[in-house]
Write a protein that binds this ligand. Sequence first.
Ligand code: NDP
Length: 520
Amino acid sequence: MSSDQSPKRPERPEKRAVARSAGAAPAVEATAPHVASALAASSPWAYAPAPESKELALIRPRYGLFIDGQERAPASGEVVITFNPATEEPLAEVAKGSAEDADRAISAAERAHRKVWSRLAPRERAKYLYRISRILQERSREFAVTETLDSGKPIRESRDVDVPLAAAHFWYYAGWADKLQYAVPGRRPESHGVVGQVIPWNFPLLMLAWKIAPALAAGNTVVLKPASTTPLTALLFADVCRQAELPNGVVNIITGPGEMGMAIVTDPRVAKVAFTGSTSVGIKIAQGIAGQGKALTLELGGKAANIVFEDAALDQAVEGVINGIFFNQGEVCCAGSRLLVQESIAEEFIARLKERMTTLRVGDPMDKNTDVGAINSRAQMETIGELVASGVAEGAELWQPGCVLPERGWFYKPTLFTNVAQSHRIAREEIFGPVLSAITFRTVDEAIEKANNTAYGLSAGIWTEKGSRILQVAAQLKAGVVWANTFNRFDPTSPFGGYKESGYGREGGLQGLHAYLRSS
Ligand code: NDP
């Protein structure tokens, strides 16, 4: 792969090599002119390592299944190992559950629903949710460090985004627990019963919170399967349930492979299914439960367009595009993985984007200065590599900054493709990595047409000074979430979900609560 093929711009600052120790924050290869002059006095420009302490995580060597409030050994007696993606070192052994364990967990959840949770006064249910939220806040550093070690995401993000948002979801839905009649005015709200939930590895704790908080607030009990590569914060959450003295069986967390996930969702005692992950598994789940009369929400992939119009505030738009694709290494279903930039500003915009990409710090996720951490698994690295190779083979132009990656761990350089045709795989398929495909447009109509030219429909971004254009374009974008002059903003009060192959149903907000209620 070529690297640092930046355009020949006369004002471009000279490159500086910056020394650093292995695994620490990466070298900054070049700086924007205004930043360069400001820093000239303090050359060389280097960030001292600022590592968070691993000791805060208290990871145990082995974890069982959390069923009926107890830690249980899996029926198979087998374990799988979860690895730190930044070092490729094992973190812990985790129980390998099976259909037999799913059966036990569903029995516990069914009993807890029938005997305890559905009979509890709503305001009492609310107290448990508030308690969980408070414990998450109290143990936030432990959760952030565990999440970063297990997933590879930068500590800055797990600390400032994942954990606070997870706590906020429990807090928000605690508020709904004793007000369900106002959620469905004029109708009688009822819980579904047992809910089966399967979550992915990109936001392990946050996806758990998106799923468990509304389910419990609505009076359901839960059997949840985390992804096999990121089970640790879900298992730590089991400890929070115990600490909050949540009645046994209300939340059951079982680790195991995809087949166990299928056993959970297809069990006839499970009345409602919620899944976040790939479109292919979402389709399998929809097929697996077809005809069973279960409620289903699917939150699947995306290929979002981040549209930059010529009147946009360019530096802000650059930041938004960077955040849109490099947040969580681009392993985000709503990532702005397609940049649509108006032709009149494309050259200038791409140049500024490249300059900004050279300042991204890629490396040790535990370093508080790191912007781009490790890719979650070797398999995901291979997927990214394969799609990037297809981009090159199909004729798109690849550019990467000259940052040096750590020798160990699964890291991928921030990558920009220009000269991208809409037919290229990198413009159509979800890469789920730090790879941005840039496409140009000339008119508003062309931007809308290109943005909608995708099998997905999860999110989109619009960058323009004109409020009327925001309204005009947003109304025509087939995406569940449209951000204007910002990107990747999440709030528990706001619904999130997609169209087309991005799935159906909404999570978050009142709409997210409806998914967990039956009303007559
Ligand atoms: P999957 O869809 O396979 O995994 C998501 C969850 O589903 C995991 O808990 C997984 O378990 C589980 N699962 C896997 N197979 C089944 C099954 N047959 N029945 C029930 N549950 C199942 O995603 P991948 O991890 O394979 O990632 C592949 C691609 O999916 C990524 O490259 C990305 O494009 C997309 N993706 C999208 C996400 C999103 O947020 N929309 C999140 C993650 C991935 P296990 O981990 O044990 O396999």
